[in-house]
Design a protein around this ligand. Sequence first.
Ligand code: BGC
Length: 532
Amino acid sequence: MAGGGLPAAAGGSEFEAKITPIVIISCIMAATGGLMFGYDIGVSGGVTSMGDFLKKFFPVVYRRTQETELDSNYCKYDNQGLQLFTSSLYLAGLTATFFASYTTRQLGRRLTMLIAGIFFIIGVILNAAAQDLAMLIIGRILLGCGVGFANQAVPLFLSEIAPTRIRGGLNILFQLNVTIGILFANLVNYGTAKIGGWGWRLSLGLAGIPAGLLTIGALMVVDTPNSLIERGKLEEGKAVLRKIRGTDNIEPEFLELVEASRIAKQVKHPFRNLLQRRNRPQLIIAMALQIFQQFTGINAIMFYAPVLFNTLGFGSDAALYSAVITGAVNVISTIVSIYTVDKLGRRVLLLEAGVQMFLAQVIIAIILGIKVKDHSDDLLKGFAIFVVIMVCTFVSAFAWSWGPLGWLIPSETFPLETRSAGQSVTVCVNLLFTFVIAQAFLSMLCHFKYGIFLFFSGWVFIMSIFVWFLVPETKNIPIEEMTERVWKQHWLWKRFMDDNVGGDIAMSGNGATKNGHVNGARSCFSVVKLEY
Ligand code: BGC
């Protein structure tokens, strides 16, 4: 998810399904939803290091960048307003997620994506035409609303439209598109920085491309059968199912969807269900993964790479150039994850990356500690290149581990009756901590100086210990067998898996299962396969 991850493949049964044109279109949807999120992540760093942008909106910061003699290198970008420009998007996004979980249910996935597209377009216009700080921040807030709606609806839309056998791959495909969006923004910034004057307007305005694509896409596609059936449009849902599966043999899946929507409607309090003891392991892991994902320090790099490289003494051109390199490494390493995640497993990737990220950050801190004094000259060229290599080492490890897995693992471990609530909490916690990092990083850089990298490396150490002891392997485990094969086998989490039935569904009669969960989830909201 980006913003949201896709609820992963589910259901023991594989229904007949072809990869039809509509499924291809849904992949393009994923690309545009992810691209938009990634573009917003990537664009702010480059823009905030452009002199003309700073001169117009943040003259105090601009003056400081010109007076390095008088000010600490590490503090020249420390400005709450500047940080608000980056972080307001995430604050708006996490608030919007609550509304989005309502609209995805009541209005459908398609309309929610359309709402997102409209927010994006208005936000882009305000940003590109901004005359003052208020216009700029309001534009960012509207983009944030778009992210909140898109990251809830697009992954859901995809997970429901995709045949089970390609659903897992689509999960990381979404993250891949986030990384492509970041790279695209970095490339655009690299070009527009040369224009000078209005270059920043072009950077902010080109977000209109993914925004427009998402809007057109939302107008073109049909809603998912799950959503149609959930809203009582049974015949329409059946027709859409036949169309997207490319076969007439859809009766078994249709019946399952109808049954799922019936059971899902019995869940009166999904958030209360989420708090029950037997859901504690998934909830703790989902929240911890989001918090830890942000405390790797990845967004310190993604948002502020150009600023960071500037701080380290690279010229502004070289700074953007380095940011483009880290963006490319991010994309390529995400592809590595797509190929390895089901072979090596989640734990291997997370633990290997932990070691790699820890070492890279400690080495960066040591070089900067020795070579960048508060008021001194630039890094020697050799050291500067070495810092870029270490940043790339760090980014690549993140991109094949915490990046995609932070979204994948929560989406494949929640049981159906709490999956929608779990997904909302996952997106919210992610955006909340993205906001915290965006808002705090430049001040932290100013106060901790090179120690910021030691700070993040400390977190990487803690999260690796967490993974070692508390994150079970979920590779190749069907989603409906998680309780029996994962949680009940874990040395700690098995204590939470008592067989006592509880919760909305479990008490509602024939929807109950032997472990109190409704199994066989196919989407956040609507599909249930019962296991007796
Ligand atoms: C994270 C984003 C991050 C991106 C970097 C995503 O998984 O949620 O916060 O910017 O990865 O590629």
